[in-house]
Design a protein around this ligand. Structure first.
Ligand code: MTE
Ligand code: MO
Length: 386
């Protein structure tokens, strides 16, 4: 579905503007703390488009200009809860495994912690991220620790008919479904095949701390390669079923509606939001003396290259840094920029190991999409250089 990569044009030498230092807006957070080696006194130049204060307040979305560590500190992680925040006491909590298994059972948190420990760094992105212009910080990269889901399922003995693994959270809400008002727990599922991916863990720690309440205490699913919605927090029950699960967050919300053209005919498709898509953003522009640099992140695929374009200039390759080689974490990138005074538009595009290119904002794949989830188009951000 994505276009193939074009040859990278040769770098063009732009004519530098002088007096760049005059009137530079210096943010309080702009002391560069060693993101990529080389500079120790970089100032961040703010984007024209400011983060949405309401979203920052409500969801704690990432302010890209403040991003200075590859691992997102817990205090800077965005958070989502569709049914509010359930507060769970460890002593009242257990995890149940049931449905089509030979050995249904419950686990205390201590029993889960006693199992083999697995750690994974994972860039978790809300599938609604980038769906609205002000929502561009719904992503974090954290180190999660827990225990293997596949091992637990294998031990429970999944029966022949069990094809679907449903994860229930403790959070619940009232839903109106075809004239019925019912109280439901948050739930998402994976096919058994997907759930047996050895990379998926049931996590009880993030960045070395027990999960904070907002991020799923005491236990959550961490499914590298899947959008945030699949990473069920406040997990209480895992249930094996004999047919596809069609709960609200599988089949009513988090459904992507697209028009696809086939032989000149429009076919409307609806798919459940699931695996992540390739993405990148320009995170911040810095100045150190006369030297400007554009820094960003790319994720959602095995990132092989990132290219950056300023105004109507050529696409220029960025230098890839931390995270390179791990398809489940973001890869940081940077490129030097010969900035000239005035307003500039900066856009990035990520390219994966198979040569798939992050779609342009006007790619039919995105233009023909009617729902806001899975908006992974190239992001253009504006900046003014004095
Ligand atoms: N139980 C439960 N799990 C949930 C959700 C929820 O509302 N309830 N929201 C999901 C969504 S939409 C996202 S983007 C991620 C966000 O994870 P975070 O809050 O740890 O950043 O949690 C997912 N897991
Ligand atoms: Mo989400």
């Amino acid at each position: 579905m994505m276009s193939q990569r074009n040859p990278i044009p040769r770098r063009q030498v732009l004519i530098r503007g002088g007096a760049a230092a005059a009137g530079l807006a210096v943010l309080p957070t702009d002391v560069f703390r060693g993101w990529l080696a080389g500079f120790d006194q970089e100032a961040v130049i703010p984007w024209v488009q400011r983060p949405h204060p309401g979203l920052t307040e409500r969801m704690n979305i990432l302010n890209w200009e403040e991003l200075d560590s590859w691992i997102t500190p817990v205090g800077q992680m965005f958070r989502v809860g569709h049914y509010g925040l359930p507060v769970i006491e460890e002593s009242d909590w257990s995890l149940e495994i049931g449905g089509l298994v030979d050995g249904p059972r419950t686990f205390s948190l201590a029993e889960l912690r006693a199992r083999p420990r697995r750690e994974v760094v994972f860039t978790l992105e809300c599938s609604g991220n980038r769906g609205r212009p002000s929502f561009i910080g719904g992503v974090h990269n954290a180190r999660w620790a827990g225990t293997s889901l596949a091992a637990l399922l294998t031990e429970a003995g999944v029966q022949e008919a069990g094809i679907e693994v449903v994860f229930f959270g403790a959070d619940e809400g009232e839903e109106e479904i075809r004239g019925n008002t019912v109280t439901q727990n948050f739930a998402r599922s994976l096919s058994l095949e997907d759930a047996m991916d050895p990379g998926i863990i049931l996590a009880y720690e993030v960045n070395g701390e027990p999960l904070p309440a907002a991020h799923g205490f005491p236990l959550r699913v961490i499914a590298p390669g899947w959008y945030g919605i699949a990473n069920v927090k406040w997990l209480t029950r895992i249930e094996l079923r004999d047919r596809r699960f069609m709960g609200k967050f599988m089949a009513r919300d988090y459904v992507t509606l697209r028009a696809e053209e086939r032989d000149g005919e429009t076919v409307w498709t609806e798919t459940s939001v699931g695996r992540v898509n390739i993405n990148s953003v320009p995170a911040r522009v810095t100045r150190n003396g006369d030297a400007y640099a554009i820094h960003g992140a790319a994720w959602g695929a095995d990132i092989a290259a990132v290219e950056v374009r300023v105004d109507e200039g050529p696409w220029e390759p960025a230098t890839l840094g931390e995270g390179l080689g791990d398809p489940h974490t973001w890869t940081f990138w940077r490129t030097d920029w010969d900035a000239t005074p005035g307003r500039h538009a900066i856009v990035s595009r990520a390219i994966d190991a198979d040569g798939n290119v992050q779609p342009a904002a006007d790619d039919p794949l995105l233009v023909n999409k009617r729902t806001y989830w899975e908006s992974n188009g190239q992001l253009t951000r504006d900046i003014v250089i004095d």
